[in-house]
Design a protein. Structure first.
Lengths: 826, 185
């Protein structure tokens, strides 16, 4: 093998190793060089230039085979003087010092060269198996991942991998960052459910395109038109196109979790981190790689503004940021326009050029996309909030606000400056037409009335919220204690005990009486501010008028709310309804779900908020219909929001009902409407707390009924029904109207009221005739609340008796069936 | 069909001249990414460029990047799809059907890339819905049966997603990687 090299240079103390990096083959027998350069030390001025070069060392495996070739100096034509007027014969800077002589001898000497190759080094391979951490989509436990399971079948777009709460701290590297870019293009068909989780309304598609097409946008759609999902979808497009790698969302605390859930739903392939916790936790979260970071205005103040202020002595005023020159010799203060913040600039005092303030002091102050929710919070340029938001640098800046900004031009100006600092540069602020023409290209606002045709009559949404800290502590304590109590009851525990605990926990989720904390109230206040400013009204429903609604009342007083519950007289009810329907006085009505779910018209309301879920969704639908007039000509859309607390009993019940609905839908028929009255069994309700319903051994002898007298028999039957989960009560001995026992059963979907007539027989072969059944049926018909009548005997029923009861809400329990019930429940 | 995996293999030149990154994207039959691997940038020296001549890019694409990438992945593809003519030669060293893919109308001529080699079987595939421009696929001349073996598969898959488009995704992703880490520049 012959290696041909053009030129080889040797310098002082330089070892040339050509073995590994140069040659393409392992063994080279001949190397030829056209030119070899050697460096020689600078001679003293008086020395005679007469060099004898030592044998050059190439490598251990590669040396000159023959004797050292001789070289001749190439002297300059004319001697030169250096700075010290010393005479030099060689210009070391420019001259070609040596010519290779006797090259023929070198080539012919066939030097031994071994282990030489010039292979290009193999590169390292990096990457990621995106399937590796995928969760098993099958439901492992009764409550595990039921929501996700249901959504996988119905909504989730195909993206290969999704981010959720459970994997938010998984290792996340640059190959996860590029994961969206590796996805197929989303395309322009926004109804494609493979790419998008839900179809977008036409006006929302316009909004997404508007956001996507501009670096700075102010989206001012009225509340309920889906500003956040438009922003998420537009951001998702940018992520997919590789135009952005990270985004930060600044929002009020009340909607922090809602944003996270919306991203999970609308952009499942994008990772999202909520910035929360103490300082150390937040620093860790900021430094964790993610696509989305969500931070509240308050946290932003702590992490950005205060840091800037501390580290860089920044003051913010109307003209911009006042900073100290970074030149220690100058130290003068100067004003940096907002537009130049974090850009380089020159100090007007000393001319020093630098960044103001030093970017290295700022935590994550630079993003590719910044979404500022409720951007009207920055309308005052002198507040800390505005200063903090304006200090963040981003390629894309989108502001969202449902507040009718166009009514207050001065607010609109400052808000626009938050996302585009120089937007009104060279604009006369007193000329409205100039101002409008300046902000119009970045501003998009649609009102509900503008897009009414696109919208359905009713839009329902479940809003998941985190409990506030004290609320969470109270809830956890109550749940833990409740479970201990239930377990302590052993075999005596009934479904009523479990339902009582559920009620207690749901009330804490609504409002913590001790601390007055309520994440649902915070959310409501945030939304009320917006919806009332656009002239809308709202209804708030809860099944707990005393424990929830009355507690909310004083905190909502600025909206002049009325409470509609069962304690009101008819006159008071009518007055409240009239007030809400006909005047602008009351913008909000709080209604007990039971008292206000039927019989009244509250069509002035556009928004309905449910603070808790009733077991039977049909009851809630009835409540929603107070605002939504069925069958009438469409004049408006009603937004129904179910406010629920994450990681609580509300989530577990919701998941369970959802999975049952999903199961029903999948098993029966995709086109069949899912029934609204899906019930939970007792076992499932016990299972909500990880409990199992304990069955008892029979304690009563099978043949003991005939020994009882009629009163003891009634008491025994009342006790039996208690064991069956009923609240039961025997009636007076006389004037009972043919009824021996009243009983109520609270089922997951309703309260069943029943009546029981007992007929004790000394002889178990004796029969009960049809007259007793007719009597019972008469009582049932006289009271519409009564669901079922039970006729219980330890004897038997005649055939006419059975025929009469057939098809009527009457249950006949004879001696044999009674023994079975006793065996099961006693 | 179902659960089939496709491997999209290519070589990209980074923003730095004569710097190459090999990349391999494994997708399912809907184009959803399953696995992505790429190499650090390969930067041949001037002397290497001169010594390898025209063989430089094929050598980097196949020996240094393509073959190691295919060996390194966890999700082995049923079909390997390449977009550079010289990458077809990887077929000789792997036991998987390999095809060269181009948009119909784009230049696809092995002769121009390597005149000494004979040309493999070539075929045009249309998207039934008309959503994507037709494509032309070509097998390695020594493995003409590849086209027969995977024709039906590709026809069906081309109705799900555009088989040329994943190369754009990889290019975009490699560019992003280059911005994040100098080793990918």
């Amino acid at each position: 093998m012959i290696m041909l090299l053009d030129k080889l240079s040797f310098f002082q103390r330089t070892k040339l190793n050509i073995a590994k990096s140069v040659a393409p083959v392992k063994t080279t027998h001949i190397a030829t060089f056209n030119v070899i350069d050697f460096e020689i030390p600078r001679p003293k001025s008086s020395s005679i230039i007469d060099y004898r070069l030592s044998h050059p060392l190439i490598s251990q495996d590669f040396t000159f085979y023959s004797h050292i070739p001789s070289f001749s100096l190439k002297l300059l034509q004319q001697p030169q003087l250096n700075e010290s007027n010393e005479l030099f014969f060689i210009d070391f800077e420019q001259a070609e010092i040596f010519d290779l002589t006797r090259s023929e001898e070198l080539v012919n000497s066939y030097p031994e060269i071994e282990k030489i190759n010039i292979a290009i080094g193999k590169p390292l391979i990096k990457g990621k198996d995106y399937n590796k951490k995928e969760k098993n989509p099958e439901q492992k436990t009764l409550f595990g991942d039921t929501e996700n399971n249901a959504k996988t079948k119905e909504y989730t777009p195909k993206v290969g991998r999704q981010y959720r709460e459970e994997n938010k701290f998984d290792e996340f590297d640059v190959f996860d960052i590029i994961f969206p870019s590796l996805q197929p293009p989303l395309g322009s068909n926004f109804n494609n459910t493979v790419a998008f989780p839900h179809p977008l309304y036409p006006f929302q598609v316009d909004g997404v395109k508007f956001l996507h097409s501009s670096n700075t946008v102010l989206l001012g759609d009225e509340m309920g038109l889906g500003k956040s999902i438009q922003a998420i979808t537009a951001a998702r497009l940018l992520f997919r196109e590789g135009k952005i790698l990270n985004a930060c969302i600044i929002c009020p605390k009340a909607v922090l979790t809602d944003w996270q859930r919306k991203i999970w739903e609308w952009a499942p392939e994008l990772k999202v981190i909520k910035i929360e916790g103490d300082k150390g936790q937040r620093e860790l979260l900021w430094s964790t790689k993610s696509h989305f970071y969500i931070v509240t205005y308050k946290t932003l103040l702590l992490d950005v503004f205060d840091r800037i202020k501390t580290d860089s002595d920044v003051r913010v005023h109307k003209k911009g940021h006042s900073v100290t020159c970074t030149n220690p010799e100058c130290g003068q203060r100067m004003t940096v326009p907002y537009a130049l913040f974090f850009e380089s600039g020159n100090c007007p005092h000393c001319g020093h050029s630098g960044y103001y303030p030093d970017p290295k002091n700022i935590i994550s102050s630079n993003f590719d996309l910044l979404i500022i929710d409720e951007i009207q919070n920055t309308k005052n340029p002198t507040t800390k909030t505005t200063k903090a938001v304006r200090s963040i640098k981003s390629i894309y800046k989108w502001g969202l606000s449902g507040t009718p900004l166009e009514n207050k031009i001065e607010d609109l100006i400052t808000i626009c400056e938050t996302i585009k600092p120089d937007i009104f540069k060279n604009i006369n602020p007193y000329r409205q037409s100039e101002l409008i023409s300046a902000y119009k290209p970045i501003f998009l606002r649609r009102k509900k009335i503008d897009v009414l045709e696109d919208l359905p009559d009713k839009i329902s949404e479940t809003i998941w919220l985190d409990l506030l800290p004290s609320q969470r502590r109270k809830y956890d304590l109550a749940e833990q204690q409740g479970i201990i109590d239930l377990e302590g009851k052993g075999e005596q525990v009934t479904i009523q005990h479990v339902l009582a605990l559920i009620t207690k926990l749901k009330q804490i989720c609504n409002y913590d009486i001790e601390t007055s904390e309520s994440s649902k109230l915070d959310y409501l206040l945030e939304k009320l501010d917006e919806l009332t400013s656009q002239g809308d009204k709202a209804l708030v429903f809860s099944q707990y008028p005393n424990e929830t609604l009355k507690k909310l009342l004083p905190q909502l007083k600025e909206y002049n709310p009325n409470l509609y519950d069962g304690s009101l007289s008819d006159v008071q009810r009518n007055k409240i309804v009239d007030d809400f329907q006909t005047t602008d006085n009351s913008k909000l009505m709080l209604l007990s779900l039971k008292a206000g779910n039927a019989g009244i018209t509250l069509t002035k309301a556009n928004y309905v908020y449910h603070f808790d879920l009733w077991w039977n969704p049909a009851v809630m639908e009835q409540a929603n219909d107070r605002a939504h007039r069925i069958g009438a000509k469409k004049e408006k859309t009603v937004w129904v929001n179910y406010l629920l607390s994450e990681n609580t009993i509300e989530r577990r019940i919701f998941n369970l009902l959802e999975s049952k609905r999903s199961l029903f839908k999948n098993i029966v028929d995709d086109l069949t409407e899912t029934p609204s009255n899906i019930k939970l069994t007792e076992e499932e309700i016990f299972g909500l707390f990880g409990l199992t319903k304990k069955k008892k051994q029979t304690t009563h002898s099978n043949n003991g009924f005939d020994d009882l007298d009629p009163i003891a028999f009634e008491n025994f039957i009342a006790e039996l029904f208690k064991k069956m989960g009923y609240y039961s009560q025997t009636t007076k001995r006389t004037g009972d109207g043919g009824i021996d026992i009243y009983a109520k059963l609270q089922t997951p979907t309703s309260i069943d009221e029943i009546i029981i007539q007992c007929k004790h027989k000394e002889d178990v072969t004796a029969t009960v005739d049809v007259g007793k059944v007719r009597e019972l049926f008469g009582v049932l018909q006289s009271n519409y609340k009564l669901k079922t009548g039970y006729l219980v005997t330890n004897g038997r029923f005649t055939n006419p008796c059975k025929e009469f009861a057939n098809g009527k809400p009457i249950e006949l329990i004879d001696g044999i069936r009674l023994l079975g019930l006793v065996e099961k429940f006693m | 069909m179902g659960n089939n995996k496709f491997g999209f293999l290519s070589l990209y030149e980074t923003e730095i001249p004569d710097s190459y990154i090999g990349s391999l994207l494994i997708t399912d039959e809907f184009g959803i990414p399953i696995e992505f691997k790429c190499t650090h940038a390969v930067k041949p020296t001037a002397i290497q460029k001169a010594l390898y001549g025209d063989r430089l890019q094929p050598h980097i694409a196949i020996e240094l990047c393509g073959t190691p990438l295919l060996k390194s992945i966890s999700n082995q593809p049923e079909i390997v799809i390449v977009n550079l003519p010289y990458l077809l030669s990887i077929r000789s060293s792997i036991e998987k059907p390999t095809i060269l893919i181009k948009r119909a109308g784009d230049t696809i001529n092995l002769e121009s890339d390597n005149a000494k080699h004979k040309e493999g079987s070539k075929e045009r595939i249309e998207n039934e819905s008309g959503s994507f421009q037709p494509i032309v696929i070509q097998s390695h001349p020594d493995f003409s049966d590849d086209l027969n073996n995977i024709r039906e598969e590709l026809n069906m898959t081309f109705n799900n997603f555009d088989l040329v488009e994943p190369f754009d995704r990889m290019k975009k992703s490699v560019e992003i990687l280059g911005k994040s880490d100098s080793k990918f520049k």
